[in-house]
Ligand binder design. Structure first.
Ligand SMILES: Cc1ncc(C[n+]2csc(CCOP(=O)(O)OP(=O)(O)O)c2C)c(N)n1
Length: 310
């Protein structure tokens, strides 16, 4: 695929309050470059409310609505209706929420927005825990991960349950467009954000978002860890438009997941058997995704990631 250039205009400014190496900050920056200034962003309680708005400042060059954590989907449906009533149908409405506020606390609101077929873009940046309040596990935390509520010790070996398949849930609503994005692959990121920009109806972007303090690695490693996530198959890059699935970074062979896991302190307690289990699960998911992309079948329902048989 031809390489795109990244659009030059900056709608996210310096002086924000993100940690060094914060991938959600990079995700917002790339997203707004793709969407442009005619955009309104609705952000629930999450790291991004803190990043954007230490009162009375703002790091964003577009209007931002601060909404309750459970209400992002409803808020963007309301913003869409209000903008249309004012004759502003060209304004792009965006929800930008964390994984806790999306796949757990705001799931009903997201489902409502998708089912109403709201003309808006919902972005879930996935740092795989409730980071803003101190690294508590979310439904999107991966199995085995240390968090403050899934500690490592005699009676706990990190999170016991697998990561929730948010894209499978979203695809069951038959959105116009859904994709996985990773700021470590900025051209792919911007192209997908631009595709979402140019479509109408409900669009959903699942953004991989490494977090240095929460994942326990040093901040200059963010881009490398993001690349490893995709190249090991932990976070494959693909898009689904009107039911057709396309992988946007193809790999003949996956890198070993150990390279990804060993780079982060949150997985430091995993032994070789644990890592072999993760490797097998990642391979199964990757094979399923490739089969789906090869077939003419639509991925909604059944979902992309049916439970693994025992
Ligand atoms: C109903 C409700 N419950 C809990 C909170 C407290 N709270 C504020 S931010 C936050 C963490 C959100 O996590 P996530 O959505 O994953 O975003 P992140 O902090 O990781 O950016 C929580 C639990 C709240 N504001 N409202």
């Amino acid at each position: 695929m031809a390489r795109l250039t990244i659009p030059a205009p900056e709608l996210m400014h310096s002086g924000h309050a993100a940690c060094p190496g914060c991938a959600p900050a990079l995700a917002m920056r790339l997203l707004l470059k793709a969407l442009g200034p005619s955009t309104i962003v609705s952000v629930p309680a999450c790291c991004w409310t803190v990043i954007a708005t230490p009162y009375p400042t703002t790091a964003l060059g577009v209007p931002m609505l601060d909404n309750p954590i459970e209400a992002t989907g409803a808020s963007i449906s309301g913003l869409r209706a209000a903008a249309d009533a004012l004759g502003l149908s060209d304004v792009r409405i965006v929800g930008f929420a964390g994984d806790g506020g999306t796949s757990d606390i705001g799931l009903q609101s997201l489902s409502g927005m998708l089912e109403r077929r709201t003309d808006a873009i919902y972005v879930m940046y996935d740092n795989e825990a409730y980071m803003n309040t101190g690294v508590q596990r979310s439904g999107s935390s991966p199995k085995g991960a240390w968090t403050t509520t899934t500690p490592v010790g005699e009676r706990s070996h990190g999170k016991a349950e697998p990561k929730k398949d948010i894209l499978g849930i979203v695809l069951a609503h038959r959105p116009t467009y859904a994709a996985t994005l990773n700021p470590s692959f900025p051209e792919d990121f911007v192209r997908k954000a631009e595709r979402a920009r140019d479509l109408r109806g409900p669009r959903f972007l699942h953004v991989f978002a490494p977090c240095p303090p929460g994942w326990k690695y040093s901040s200059e490693q963010t881009i490398a860890i993001g690349r490893l996530a995709t190249d090991t198959g932990v976070f494959p890059l693909y898009e689904v438009e009107e039911g057709t699935c396309r992988i946007t970074r193809t790999m003949n062979a996956l890198k070993p997941v150990a390279e990804y896991l060993r780079a982060q302190g949150r997985f430091a307690h995993l032994n070789d058997t644990d890592i072999a289990e993760v490797q097998a699960e990642v391979q199964r998911s990757w094979d399923r995704l490739r089969a789906l992309a090869r077939s003419a079948e639509r991925p909604w329902p059944p979902t992309l990631s049916p439970p693994t048989p025992a």
